[in-house]
Design a binder for this molecule. Sequence first.
Ligand code: FES
Length: 62
Amino acid sequence: MIVCSCNALNEVQVREIARTGVRCEREAYARLGCRPQCGQCLPFARQVVQEEHGQMELVSAA
Ligand code: FES
């Protein structure tokens, strides 16, 4: 699924970069070499990053 159409970022890219320890969607975009433009994608990008952090916590707690 496309997360950000302005920067052509898909969900896989955002999930992969979130797993490297980025703390927020803006940091994820920066690590992917771009930055938010229109901002429409930010709520979904934030959700994706938070979901990956939740998965990391589950794995580390197991
Ligand atoms: S859709 Fe991501 S900045 Fe516009």
